[in-house]
Design a protein around this ligand. Structure first.
Ligand code: ATP
Length: 240
């Protein structure tokens, strides 16, 4: 069963198309890495799926429901979370307050309690973040910021998580820790992830499958282990 199915997506900015005939399936409980050079369209893909960039054609099906026509604010309640490049943590709020924002879409009598439980779960999951729960967003290190951004998305209890370059600007040891935690979440909770990463080797090490994007199109796709071993693809698109 696919958690997310994107079919024949076309999207761009104004009259500048970026994505062409873009299709991808995310099987439940898997990590799919999106690889490709700067400007290939990776961030645009995530934004077009979550509705932040207008789609001109194609469909997005989330857990069996066609959500293509829904406004962006109705996607998080249905289980789609998007962590943008840089994380988008609010500088003036504490870690705990930032985490609570992941539940701000909830309505009804149990909303507050459900969100507090989810925040507590995330703080259990990331002990490093728990120690910094009262710190303000602007006081966090790069790694803590990314952890908080991932945590905030998890508070929404997503079925599918779109994650844009979580390792940008982080030290290699912090990248390894962050990606290992992501793989653990997939294994323990069945989280489904679409992961944009410049860090090709690290991404392919934890991903189940990967696609390579060039000029807004999928130019290669396959099991992560296959792509890791494909020298032609590595040279042509991945630069190593
Ligand atoms: P990077 O790793 O550098 O973020 P990317 O693969 O994520 O690269 P995108 O950011 O999706 O690439 O950009 C794809 C194309 O869309 C590029 O040609 C870029 O110049 C263009 N683009 C991105 N954002 C905008 C915008 N807000 N308005 C107009 N064009 C944009």
């Amino acid at each position: 069963m696919n958690t997310l199915t994107v079919t024949a997506l076309e999207a761009g900015y104004g009259n500048a198309p970026v994505l062409h005939d873009f299709s991808v399936d995310l099987p439940a409980g898997t990590i799919t890495a999106v690889l490709g050079a700067n400007g290939a369209g990776k961030s645009t893909l995530l934004k077009a799926i979550s509705g932040l960039v207008p789609r001109t054609a194609g469909s997005v099906v989330l857990d069996g429901e066609d959500v293509s026509a829904l406004p962006v604010e109705q996607l998080m309640p249905r289980g789609l979370a998007h962590v943008p490049e840089g994380g988008g943590i609010i500088r003036e709020l504490t870690v705990t307050e930032n985490l609570r924002l992941g539940g701000s879409w909830r309505r009804g009598a149990t909303a507050r309690r459900t969100t507090e439980l989810a925040v507590a779960e995330v703080l259990d999951l990331f002990p490093g973040l728990a120690k910094r729960r009262e710190a303000l967003g602007h006081q966090l290190s790069g790694g803590e910021r990314q952890m908080a951004a991932l945590g905030r998305a998890l508070v929404s209890r997503p079925k599918a998580l779109l994650l844009d370059e979580p390792s940008l600007g982080l030290a290699p040891s912090v990248v390894a820790q962050l990606l290992a935690q992501l793989a653990q979440l997939r294994d323990d909770t069945g989280l489904t992830v679409l992961l944009v990463e410049q860090n090709v080797g690290s991404a392919l090490a934890i991903a189940d499958s990967a696609l390579v994007v060039a000029l807004g199109r999928v130019v290669a796709r396959g099991a992560a282990s296959e792509l890791r071993g494909d020298e032609a693809i590595r040279h042509a698109y991945l630069g190593y």
